[in-house]
Structure formats: structure tokens, C-alpha cells
Design a protein. Structure first.
Length: 255
């Protein structure tokens, strides 16, 4: 299953790069004012669904662009291009994200950043890797030494929750921040220690399905702003075990 997922996501990434090479001629539609979907999003997802369904016809699939495809106890959760805004603007930080759940719990995950050719994978109980090498969250604990990531629900113009108060609160306390535009990559970068922590609001299950397992298997902690998991993916905090309680305190106090 792991080798299948690896081959599958690398091929999907290659397809996205082929589309990226002719970006100016791609059809870009709007799901809403700022929420874009390109031909590439649809083509990558159709490829993934077809491959999964032909190899595992009894498995369910849930993709951002094509919805639910019925099946049994296993379900593949797909975000064909996480970071479509980055993709459209030729900003290199977008990814393909795939998680495999067994009875609703993630057991296998992959996030692939095609431009940098970086493949993050995790298997429940077996750790996380970047390009086949084991990864671990960072060990920084002092917030003023930490680089965090976040995101803003720019694409969801009707979102009720606003990240700016949290951003204003945290930014003065930390070393620096990045907003690269792919939640799946943000989580994967927490897993390999590039980011010491990450928070965001108003996400969808397919944004984080794979990244959450990758962080957990790399020794990190993922919760909502109340410290549980019931509020995911509406609220998410992912960080190393020293930073997570500090972010939780700061974000909890503001809610
Ligand atoms: C988006 C990315 C981004 C996050 C947005 C998501 P999409 O996913 O994960 O980092 O801030 O809220 O919608 O729409 O590009 O698949
Ligand atoms: Ca997404
Ligand atoms: Ca997407």
C-alpha cells in the first residue's frame, strides 16, 4: 500500500508540473470570488481517483474536486493541489496531499511538493520521512527563537472567523512567520522541524488529513484551539511538544 501511494503521488506531482509548464493557457475557474480551481486540480484528482479505484475498487475515495466515491472501511482523502493560489501565481509552495483512513482513522499519509521534489510520508506507528529519511519535529522551546507558519482564509470570503487578532498577538512574540499557502506543506514543514509551529482556521478535512498524521508521527502535537480534536479542521495548532502548550495558551486565551 505504501509503495502504491508513493508511486501514485509522485506521478500526480509530475502531472501537476506538466500543467504548471503551460500555466498561462490553463482554464482557471472560480468557485467563489477568490477561490480558484484550475484544469490541473481537476486532472490530478481524476488521475488519482481512477488509479485508486482500479487498484482498490472496494475502497472509498473523497476528493476536494470530485467529491465522494463510495466504498468500505478504507477511505482515501485527496487534495489534488493544496495551494491552488500559489500554483496559479507560480509560487512554488503547493502540494499534492493524500491520506488513507481505516474506519475514519488515518493510517498512511503522503504530501508531495513537486517543485522542490520533496515527498513527506508517514505510516501510523512507524514514523515519518522526507524523501525516505526519518524526520522529527524541532526542539526549540523559546518562542522568540521560533519560526511559525499560518494561513488566512482568503479564499473563503464569507468566513466568519478572522485570523488577524491571533496573528497580531503571536507575531511580536516569535522570531518570524511564513505564509506559503499550502496547509499540507505547513504541517509537513512542522514535522521536519523547519517550522516550530503552525496554526490556522477555517480549513477543510482534505487540507490537513495527511499532514496531521505526518506531524504526529514526527513527534509533534496537533489539536484545535481548545486542546482537543473535536474542533479540527476549523481550528488547528500543530507544533513540537515544547511549543504546542505555549501556542495553545495564547490562542485559547483569545477565543
Ligand atoms: C488552501 C491551502 C491554504 C489555506 C487555504 C486552503 P486549496 O487549500 O491549504 O494554505 O490557507 O485556506 O483553502 O484551496 O489551495 O486546496
Ligand atoms: Ca486545500
Ligand atoms: Ca485543493
Amino acid at each position: 500500500m505504501k509503495q502504491f501511494l508513493k508511486d501514485l503521488i509522485l506521478e500526480a506531482g509530475k502531472i501537476s508540473l506538466d500543467y504548471k509548464a503551460r500555466l498561462s493557457s490553463l482554464t482557471v475557474n472560480r468557485k467563489s470570488l477568490k477561490d480558484l480551481v484550475t484544469e490541473a486540480d481537476v486532472a490530478v484528482e481524476e488521475f488519482l481517483v481512477k488509479q485508486i479505484k482500479s487498484r482498490f475498487p472496494e475502497h472509498a475515495v473523497w476528493g476536494e474536486e470530485t467529491g465522494s466515491h463510495a466504498g468500505g472501511r478504507y477511505r482515501w482523502v485527496i487534495d489534488p493541489i493544496d495551494g491552488t493560489t500559489s500554483f496559479v501565481h507560480e509560487f512554488p509552495f503547493y502540494s499534492v496531499s493524500i491520506a488513507l483512513e481505516e474506519e475514519g482513522k488515518p493510517i498512511l499519509a503522503a504530501v508531495y511538493g513537486p517543485v522542490l521534489n520533496e515527498l513527506f510520508m508517514a505510516e501510523k506507528g512507524k514514523g515519518a520521512t522526507l524523501n525516505n529519511k526519518p524526520i522529527h519535529v524541532s526542539s526549540r522551546s523559546v518562542l522568540s527563537d521560533c519560526m511559525l507558519a499560518t494561513g488566512f482564509a482568503c479564499v473563503r470570503v464569507d468566513a466568519k472567523e478572522n485570523n488577524l487578532p491571533y496573528f497580531n498577538k503571536l507575531l511580536p512574540l516569535i522570531r518570524d512567520i511564513r505564509r506559503a499557502g499550502s496547509a499540507a506543506l505547513d504541517l509537513s514543514y512542522v514535522a521536519c522541524g523547519r517550522f516550530d509551529g503552525y496554526w490556522e482556521m477555517c480549513l477543510k478535512p482534505f487540507d490537513i488529513a495527511a499532514g496531521v498524521l505526518i506531524v504526529a508521527e514526527a513527534g509533534g502535537i496537533v489539536t484545535d484551539f481548545a486542546g482537543g480534536t473535536a474542533g479540527l479542521p476549523r481550528q488547528i495548532i500543530a507544533a513540537n511538544p515544547a511549543v504546542h502548550p505555549q501556542l495553545l495558551n495564547l490562542l485559547k486565551a483569545s477565543t
